[in-house]
Design a protein around this ligand. Structure first.
Ligand SMILES: Nc1ncnc2c1ncn2[C@@H]1O[C@H](COP(=O)(O)OP(=O)(O)OP(=O)(O)O)[C@@H](O)[C@H]1O
Ligand SMILES: [Mg+2]
Length: 283
């Protein structure tokens, strides 16, 4: 499969800002991947996502050069209406994305705007309710739901548009640990079932290393590291760029550095990998 997203020599500077928020950025994401974007606060992650969903350059002023290609079309040459059907976008705060009086109507909102015929709309809303396992919420009022439920409703509204690419900006920041790991499991399931590509800005790498194919680290508007999460997180530079090293990886590094030769072999990222490694050694 080809690349769903290509970023080519991209530079962007907000109006009246002295420096670029995104500099000389290059990135290619093949269809069906889950890619994680990390880096310190203010390094340009949200800005980069805006260049993918078209808010930049269509809604923001500023200085823009280079190109962003989504599903074969240049973002700067596409209308927001066309982009809305290819790129799904979940804001950090789902409140900003919930408009209607019932969950069902809310999920249908984007489709109504596109003038999708009633029957097809019904089918797509039902599918989204099923995928997110929120059929029981269909008639509820969105404003009376929990943050985790709202997050699912907002994501259902995104998925009902059947985007090839979904970008999520810190989707777990409002969620408790259990709901956050459920959201990550959901992302993995949607990738399996629908082949959707995901680009996720996330600080809590512990949550995502088990499902991510690629980890991209930004610093100061530039891409500073990129690779399989294991390669990036076991490299020498990840900590220097402020990346949160997963707990299991830190435990393993500590074991390796402690005396007595009790190191666990391999390069471990997840609790289940650590469990297998320890069982293997004892058995
Ligand atoms: N609307 C805006 N107008 C002007 N400057 C902005 C705007 N939004 C962001 N910036 C600046 O662009 C730079 C990158 O900001 P951005 O929000 O993309 O960072 P981020 O990596 O998403 O940070 P965080 O992790 O805190 O969300 C920062 O210097 C920020 O101050
Ligand atoms: Mg941000």
């Amino acid at each position: 499969m080809g690349d769903i997203l290509g970023i080519e020599r991209l530079n962007f500077r907000y109006p009246e800002s002295p420096k670029n928020a995104v500099s000389d950025f290059e990135l290619s994401i093949p269809e069906g991947e889950i890619a994680v974007l990390a880096g310190p606060s203010g390094c340009g992650k949200s800005t980069l996502l805006r260049t993918v969903n078209g808010l930049i350059p269509h809604m923001y002023g500023g200085e823009y050069s280079g190109d962003v290609i989504v599903a074969g079309s240049s973002v700067k040459g596409s209308s927001m209406r066309d982009l809305a059907q290819t790129v799904g976008f979940l804001f950090q705060n789902p409140e900003n994305q919930i408009f209607m009086f019932t969950v069902e109507r809310d999920i249908a909102f984007g489709l109504e705007n596109l003038g999708v015929p009633r029957e097809e709309m019904r089918a797509r809303v039902d599918e989204a309710l099923r995928l997110l396992r929120i059929g029981d919420l269909a008639q509820r009022a969105p404003h009376e739901l929990s943050d985790g439920q709202k997050q699912r409703v907002a994501l259902a509204g995104v998925l009902a548009m059947r985007p090839k690419l979904v970008i999520l900006d810190e989707p777990t920041s409002l969620l408790d640990p259990k709901t956050a790991s459920e959201l990550v499991a959901l992302v993995a399931r949607l990738r399996e079932e629908l082949g959707t590509t995901f680009v996720v800005v996330e600080h809590r790498l512990d949550l995502l290393v088990g499902v991510a194919d690629r980890l991209v680290v930004m610093d100061g508007g530039r891409k500073v590291l990129e690779g399989a999460p294991r390669d990036v997180l076991f490299g020498d530079d990840a900590e220097a760029h402020g990346v949160a090293i997963p707990a299991v990886t830190r435990v393993q590094k500590a074991l390796t550095e402690s005396k007595g030769g009790r190191a666990v072999a391999g390069r471990l990222l997840t609790p289940s990998e650590l469990a297998s490694a320890v069982e293997g050694r004892q058995g």
